[in-house]
Design a protein around this ligand. Structure first.
Ligand code: FAD
Length: 466
């Protein structure tokens, strides 16, 4: 019987990153994965395939809407959907293959199959039970369901979740997306660019709950300009299907007694994700869960059962790949006897639409509600030469700093490459920088990042280009 220092259950971004770090720290490590390929939700049915489709359809949008004004004329491309899906699958394959290479390079054993934990210090996969000093559960999450709505992801299915939406049999004429969160808006954008008439039905009164109101408003306005329709404040009560069509029923919160309907060729249920820990045997082991069904951990990612840790989507916190990765590295350090660290106050969130939307730290609305005295520096991309040169001047950078100390507390960016630009602010926050520190830093011209500096200047004596 093999004896390991660590067995990690689940090879998503939390699990495989943790495995690499454990191996680097000299621990004898194995990873268990039930899927055919490594990389978890993120690489197989999440971050990576959605970004491949967003990229391909963004190219199409540029060709159809923006090429002519730049003097690029001629026939615009037509869509070969099958080839677009092949492109997406190839991107997945390159990435999952890359993780397999990393496992081999770091001498990590991949135990293929679904794991259970029969007792402390033991993991069973198939007919074999392995002994281990430590177990890290990184079993991730799955799409959450909606009462009255049955998901059918088979090709040709009319009601799908995000996994089904990444491989639809054909491009629907009409799509209804239930939920205006990150996943719904990204995938809704993909199909809107492909020519589908997309209607997003959302229970809340704003898109992307948790963001500042001005960010939500600007983002929704930009998406509407791109052709997405929104029904806000609407509670979906059910979806009826015939062989080829679906009908979504909902009631507006302001008129709860009147049932409205919308027809669709495909309905995408994007109402969030829930932690996944089926089949691990946690009940019998006495592993404590939170009220929301997540595995409860302490500040060192330890569960209440000695030698069992948990990280990523299956525990509390934002369901994001980079949060899972950070926890994966940190728990490896804890197991190796070092100090593991994750700064939960500085975890960026990005929506990969065009333009991108990126946020980090605290929001203006939350800080004001808490009575915190703040300054807000805002700068529109209309004043940024580079954004104008590429026709993407819609949006802004907003920097929030403490009124007295000038310390940066949070930021939001709607604009080109926002998901990359946000990291300048993350680093500033990690170093406890002030808005003035950013304002005094020379920024190359012409870059989108100059808008970050201008927002920092707006926290002080004022921006130059506004
Ligand atoms: P997962 O990636 O879910 O991996 C868990 C793995 O564990 C799975 O492969 C599963 O098969 C395996 N497993 C579970 N139980 C067992 C068992 N008993 N035995 C063996 N194996 C088991 N996040 C971002 O940060 N950026 C994005 O752009 C982004 N886009 C997304 C787009 C979509 C459409 C979706 C669905 C998600 C997206 N996410 C994004 C979220 C991101 O995918 C997750 O936050 C991330 O994958 C969580 O990582 P994890 O390691 O905790 O779990």
């Amino acid at each position: 019987m093999s004896q390991y220092d660590v067995i990690i259950i689940g090879a998503g971004p939390g699990g495989y990153v943790s495995a690499v770090r454990c191996a680097q720290l000299g621990l004898k490590t194995a990873i268990v994965e039930g899927r055919e390929t490594l990389g978890g939700t993120c690489l197989n049915v999440g971050c990576i395939p959605s970004k491949a489709l967003l990229h391909a359809t963004h190219m199409l949008h540029e060709a159809e809407h923006n090429f002519a004004s730049m003097g690029l004329t001629g026939k615009s491309p037509s869509v070969d959907w099958k080839q677009m899906l092949t492109y997406k699958d190839e991107v997945i394959g390159q990435n999952t293959g890359g993780v397999e290479f990393l496992m081999k390079k770091n001498k990590i054993d991949w135990l293929k199959g679904w794991a259970t934990i029969p007792a402390e210090g033991k993991v069973t996969v198939g007919d074999t039970t392995y002994e281990t000093k430590n177990i890290v559960i990184a079993s991730g999450s799955v799409p959450s369901s909606l009462p009255g709505v049955e998901v059918d992801n088979d090709k040709g299915g009319l009601v799908v979740d995000s996994t089904g939406a990444l491989e639809l049999g054909k491009i629907p004429k009409k799509m209804v997306v239930i939920g205006a969160g990150v996943i719904g808006l990204e995938l809704g954008s993909v199909y809107a660019r492909l020519g589908s008439e997309v209607t997003v039905v959302e229970y809340m009164d704003a898109v992307c709950p948790g963001m500042d109101k001005d960010v939500q408003r600007t983002f929704k306005r930009i998406l509407e300009k791109q052709g997405l329709n929104f029904v806000m404040g609407a509670a979906v009560s059910g979806v009826e299907t015939t062989k080829t069509k679906a009908k979504v029923s909902y009631a507006l919160k302001k008129a709860p007694d009147a049932t409205e309907t919308i027809d669709a060729d495909v309905v995408l249920v994007a109402t969030g994700r829930k932690p996944y820990a089926e089949g691990l045997g946690l009940d019998a082991l006495g592993v404590k869960l939170t009220e929301r069904g997540q595995i409860a951990t302490d500040a060192h990612w330890a569960t209440n059962v000695p030698g069992i840790y948990a990280i990523g989507d299956v525990i509390e916190g934002p369901m994001l790949a980079h949060k899972a990765e950070d926890e994966g590295m940190a728990v490896a350090d804890v197991i190796a006897g070092n100090h593991g660290h994750v700064n939960y106050g500085v975890i960026p969130g990005v929506v990969y639409t065009t333009p991108e939307v990126a946020t980090v730290g605290q929001t203006e609305d939350a800080l004001k509600a808490a009575g915190h005295k703040i300054k807000v520096g805002k700068f529109s991309f209309m004043g940024n030469g580079r954004a104008k040169a590429v026709g993407q001047a819609d949006g802004f950078v907003k920097l929030i700093a403490d009124k007295e100390t000038d310390r940066v507390l949070g930021a939001a960016i709607i604009g080109p490459a926002a998901g990359d630009m946000i990291h300048e602010i993350c680093v500033a926050m990690e170093f406890g920088a002030s808005a003035q520190d950013i304002a005094l830093t020379c920024h190359a011209h012409p870059t989108y990042s100059e808008a970050v500096r201008e927002a920092a200047l707006a926290c002080g004596d004022g921006p130059i280009h506004a």
